[in-house]
Ligand binder design. Structure first.
Ligand code: UGA
Length: 453
């Protein structure tokens, strides 16, 4: 058992704190946001993450987990300090904003009077860990006996508990000259996972930082690759979903993360590829990453393409059209709307004069905060009342399982645009709907008696 402090109680920190307690450690979660702490203390997760609330409640009840705003309490208590605060994109720049990470170090280090290990989890520009290690040693009373390592996090929202307790791999970067205690601490904290043969990769600090950011850059590239193929498919009259299935059978390519659609969003991939480009530029290696600008461009073009497709679907102008938007979160099983393609598209369509009704199973409250001018409804049916066209923008199971008969007599026009290629076109065309998917040929519905010309 290790005594652990986790700084930051957002998607990453709260999950990490609860899961470390689940592994049997004694954990204190620290944040500066009193309202978040109060919720967590009461066993309530401040965001939607399947399975996390049970883990949180179980460990609060077992007395292994608590929350506090006191750095002093954390410094007195913990042997290992994890940094799990956010590193958003800087306003008006591509680079990452390290204010929160720096603040944790600057507040914590002066309180460290005994030999301690700090393990960073936040996604940071390469070189940050070495800089922080130096800073900690210079301002902590325990000086050189503080070891700082970097232990990047690969969890996906929606699978955060599973990814933390059963990761694909553990990566721990340590300083070349003195990394033994950081390595030992990591091995102790993750002993249970190591017993289960989770691969453990010990690296230097810059490699650990780069592993994280290059993994996200690869994933973003994979998505933009298939979306670029979708553009070509649209021009050539081919079907990108069949293409993805076919190339995905090649094990070297693999089918996962080859879903064409409105592209990637969220709090990680978009800002990570930009921060990566910015950092490479500082290091004089910008040429190596110029392709990421294209990855970003392809991704943003998908949003515009979706808006065009919807405009075509309603006859060339969105003015006065009624549009039903199903999905607002950046992906299913999440209430996160940060840089959400779905909300971005809903906003663009509204700006072109349509009236837009949005429904999402979990992300309504967050959406309302950042897009208060859209209309929010309580169900797919409610959103689709009188609609000229229905858009599926986040592939929640609830929308995948939607049947044409659920919307029969509800919509004004039987047209559906599938922004995630998550529906079976024939289900809709058989019921007389016009089906459009990104990177797929237009599929007309069977004409039905009484249909307008
Ligand atoms: C991503 C990575 O997948 C995690 O490994 C990483 O730890 C995390 O960022 C992070 O850096 O914290 P996440 O942002 O939760 O995780 O979401 P993803 O599942 O990667 O999806 C990102 C976006 O790509 C979503 O908008 C999703 O809809 C889109 N996507 C995903 C596609 O458009 N097509 C696909 O085939 C897959």
């Amino acid at each position: 058992m290790t005594r652990i402090a986790v700084f930051g109680t957002g998607y990453l920190g709260a999950t990490h704190a609860a899961c470390m307690a689940e592994l049997g450690h004694e954990v204190i979660g620290v944040d500066v946001d009193a309202s978040k702490l109060a919720k967590l203390e009461a066993g309530e997760v401040p965001f939607y993450e399947p399975g996390l609330e049970e883990v949180l409640k179980r460990n609060l009840a077992a007395g292994r987990l608590r929350f506090s705003s006191s750095y002093q309490e954390a410094a007195d208590f913990a042997e290992v300090h994890f940094i799990g605060v956010g590193t958003p994109q800087k306003k008006g720049e591509f680079a990452a904003d390290l204010t929160h990470v720096d603040a944790v170090i600057d507040t914590l280090a002066p309180l460290l009077t005994r030999p301690t290990v700090i393990l960073g989890k936040s996604t940071v520009p390469v070189g940050t860990a070495a800089r922080l290690a130096k800073r900690v040693r210079s301002i902590a009373p325990a000086g050189d006996s503080i070891e700082l390592g970097w232990n990047p996090e690969f969890l996906r929202e929606g699978y955060a508990v599973q990814d933390t307790l059963h990761p694909d791999r553990l990566v721990v970067g340590v300083a070349n000259e003195s990394g033994d205690r950081a390595e030992d601490a990591a091995r102790e904290v993750y002993a249970q996972l190591l017993d289960e043969n989770v691969p453990f990769l010990l690296t230097d600090l810059p490699t650990a930082e780069l592993v994280k950011i290059s993994a996200n850059a690869f994933l973003a590239t994979k998505i933009s690759f298939i979306n670029a193929m979708a553009e070509v498919c649209e021009a050539a009259g081919a079907d990108v979903t069949v293409l993805a299935d076919a190339i995905g059978h090649d094990a070297r390519i693999g089918r996962r993360f080859l879903n064409a659609g409105i592209g990637f969003g969220g709090g990680c991939l978009p800002k990570d590829i930009r921060a990566f480009m910015a950092r490479a530029g500082e290091l004089g290696a910008d040429q190596a990453l110029t392709f990421l600008r294209e990855v970003d461009n392809i991704n943003m073009r998908r949003r515009t393409r979706m808006v065009e497709m919807v405009r075509d679907a309603v006859g060339g102008s969105l003015l006065g059209a009624r549009v039903s938007v199903l999905g607002a979160a950046f992906k299913p099983d999440s209430d996160d709307v940060r840089d959400s393609p779905a909300l971005n598209i809903a906003g663009q369509i509204q700006l072109q004069g349509a009236s837009v009704n949005v429904y999402d199973p979990r992300a309504m409250e967050n959406s309302r905060k950042i897009f208060p001018t859209l209309e929010y409804t309580t169900s797919s049916v409610d959103a689709s009342r009188g609609a000229d066209v229905v858009l599926v923008l986040t592939e929640w199971d609830e929308f995948r399982n939607l049947r044409p008969q659920d919307l029969e007599g509800v919509v004004r026009g039987r047209r559906i645009v599938d922004g995630r290629n998550c529906l079976k076109p024939s289900d809709w065309t058989a019921a007389g709907w016009e089906y459009r998917g990104l990177g797929r040929p237009l599929q007309h519905g069977r004409r039905r008696v009484g249909d307008p010309e």
